[in-house]
Design a protein around this ligand. Structure first.
Ligand code: HEC
Length: 155
């Protein structure tokens, strides 16, 4: 009888441990997904932003309609990375600096600045004026750079 009870205890302990392990693994997977999410969002945003860069640098013919569409896409994509900076995503396949969580207010402020700036970029792009576009593009890029300088590790 004692043997049976003990086997049951052992099974219960084992199950508890395994459940804990499973929960930890699920947590890790969630963090991994969140990091993938934010990196994918940055990559996509950068793809459309680079097209605008080529246009303002004169490496791509100025197509006002395309520019307006690309700027609108950048605006939309600039809202996406942030939910990927959830707690628990400090470690992993990431270049995020710890300062993101230590100076959270400043990081959030820059994320907001970017969203505000891309709304302006998109508004200006719809106007079809290349000189104005250059100005709005540079202002947006300054926000990208400011954040990377403080909050992204060097490759
Ligand atoms: C508020 C901060 C912030 C702003 C603003 C910002 N980034 Fe980033 N960016 C980051 C951080 C942090 C990472 C690293 C993410 C990681 O590795 O988990 C990153 C990563 C990237 C990556 C690499 C993606 C990858 O993993 O392959 C690209 C490309 C990028 N950003 C482009 C841009 C562009 C373009 C802009 C502006 C239009 C911009 N970012 C604005 C913080 C920012």
């Amino acid at each position: 009888m004692r043997r049976i009870i003990c086997s049951l205890c052992a099974a219960a302990v084992l199950l508890t441990v395994m459940n804990g392990f499973g929960a930890a693994q699920a947590q890790d997977r969630k963090a991994e997904q969140a990091i993938k999410h934010r990196r994918a969002a940055f990559t996509l945003m950068s793809t459309y932003f680079s097209r605008l860069l080529q246009t303002v640098d004169g490496d791509r013919p100025f197509d006002a309609k395309q520019v307006a569409a690309d700027a609108k896409t950048v605006e939309m994509l600039s809202r996406l990375p942030w939910e990927g900076f959830a707690p628990g995503t400090e470690r992993g396949e990431t270049r995020a600096k710890d300062d993101i969580w230590l100076e959270e207010d400043r990081f959030k402020q820059l994320a907001q600045d970017l969203q505000r700036q891309t709304i302006e970029l998109s508004r200006v792009a719809a106007g079809g004026d290349l000189v104005q576009l250059k100005k709005a593009f540079t202002q947006t890029r300054d926000v990208c750079n400011a954040c990377h300088k403080s909050f992204r590790t060097q490759p």
